[in-house]
Design a protein around this ligand. Structure first.
Ligand code: RFL
Length: 389
């Protein structure tokens, strides 16, 4: 089978790219290691930036999101048992986030792609990239039929996440990698319980950070700061609820945390990682394959969508009139946003966890408190949190 573009990985990056390519009449094949059922049920992120929603809407990919997702423009910090509410949307011309679980977006994007006649192969094993330095790359895989397949193409889009095959296919020295581990981890918990809040809560506590994130009217996401080498075995359900109650506590208020059945828990890597450039020869890296970011600022899925939009526009320019400038500038355009998001996430990571250095922790806390003292600080936060336009 020949195709113009082979997309490796059916996460938010790969599926958005595939849909936008089809809308531009560019042929592509999507290869995904997992089954459709698996990727449609993989719960991860849940906060979409205003800009991402506008992008999806402009391509007719946001109907269900706008129907079921909830606009979101307020967050809360709990510091020393006191509540500080930040109506960030008001500080950014009314722009809001949308709360919409990642797996729901993945479902919508698969459906849109398949309905438009798109070619997606699930359960593609042993995907391997060939000839990425030359002008005739190809990709091989073993299909669900057990047969080996090969597709020749002009470009490969590596959208296969941090542990995929695309980035490791680049010869040594072909890209530079930047990594940072802040020395903390989060226990991520998904529970079948309606949210106990109307907005995201970031709670600072002497025992460590706790976060209450929103997913749907019946499911909530919680995070608990824990040591990097911690494991879920150390976190039976009753310990999780006890720590959440303690870290979210607001003495003297009637706020209460509702408990429910815990359906998933895992230690989340808080690493930051960036690959430069995000391209090598005929291979372009998108989303987590190119960069990972702590979930603190909720940027990972949004960056994946941005990369997809930039590459789709570049490929459309190339196939429409031979304009290569978008492809040449792809990496630089994406990295500008990636580093701004890394900087913001690092700022937030330090502000809500501290670094362990007592002096730095005081200055970090002061920066956070400035959000409630200085409209200029709050406006800076709002712009970065809701997302750069
Ligand atoms: P994805 O979503 O990881 O999709 C990559 C796809 O590639 C497939 N794949 C392969 N396919 C073929 N051959 C191979 N060899 C392959 N190897 C992998 C995978 O099966 C998958 O379908 O990357 P993408 O599209 O770049 O999207 C990025 C986002 O998924 C990611 O940034 C966020 O989900 C990060 N993240 C979170 N962000 C938040 O803001 N809040 C969260 O609560 C949150 N929780 C999470 C997360 C990421 C997690 N991962 C990746 C460990 C929780 C987890 C567990």
């Amino acid at each position: 089978v020949p195709a113009e573009v082979v997309v490796v990985g059916a996460g938010p990056a790969g599926l958005t790219l595939a849909n936008l390519l089809r809308r531009n009449g560019i042929g592509c094949v999507v290869l995904e290691r997992q089954s459709r059922r698996y990727v449609e049920n993989r719960a991860r992120a849940g906060l979409l930036e205003y800009r991402a929603v506008e992008m999806l809407r402009s391509h007719g990919l946001a109907d269900r999101l706008l129907e079921l997702g909830a606009p979101h423009g307020v967050c809360e910090f709990r510091i020393g048992g006191k509540r500080f509410i930040l109506p960030y949307s008001d500080l950014y011309e009314g722009r809001t986030h949308y709360v919409y679980p990642q797996q729901e977006l993945v479902k919508d994007l698969i459906e849109a792609f398949v309905d438009s006649g798109g070619d997606i192969r699930f359960e593609a094993k042993d995907v391997a990239l060939h000839g990425i330095s030359g002008s005739a790359p190809s990709v091989t895989w073993v299909g669900s039929d057990g047969e080996q397949h090969r597709v020749r193409c002009e470009f490969i889009a590596g959208c296969d996440g941090f542990r995929g095959v695309s980035r490791p296919s680049i010869p040594a020295g072909g890209v530079r990698e930047f990594s940072h581990q802040p020395g903390i981890a989060w226990l991520g918990v998904l529970a079948e319980v309606p949210p106990s809040t109307e907005h995201v809560i970031y709670a600072l506590h002497p025992k460590g950070f706790a976060g209450h994130m929103l997913r749907s009217p019946t499911v909530s996401r919680f995070f608990l700061q824990c040591p990097v080498d911690d494991s879920t075995a150390a976190w039976p359900d009753d310990r999780i609820w006890a720590e959440l109650h303690e870290r979210f506590a607001v003495p003297g208020s009637d706020w209460k945390l509702s408990e429910g059945r815990i359906i998933e828990k895992g230690v989340v890597d808080m690493r930051g990682h960036v690959t430069e450039p995000m391209a090598y020869g005929r291979l372009f890296l998108l989303g987590d394959a190119a960069h990972v970011i702590t979930p603190v600022g909720a940027k990972g899925m949004n960056l994946a969508l941005h990369d997809a939009e930039v590459l789709a526009t570049a490929l459309a320019g190339y196939y429409r009139g031979g304009d290569e400038s978008g492809l040449t500038e792809y990496s630089e355009t994406c990295l500008r946003r990636v580093w701004r998001c890394q900087e913001f996430s690092q700022w937030m990571t330090t502000a809500i966890h501290g670094t362990g250095d007592r002096f730095e922790d005081r200055t970090a806390r002061t920066r956070l408190e400035n959000l409630f003292r200085s409209p200029a600080s709050a406006a800076w936060f709002a712009e970065n949190y809701v997302g750069l336009m």
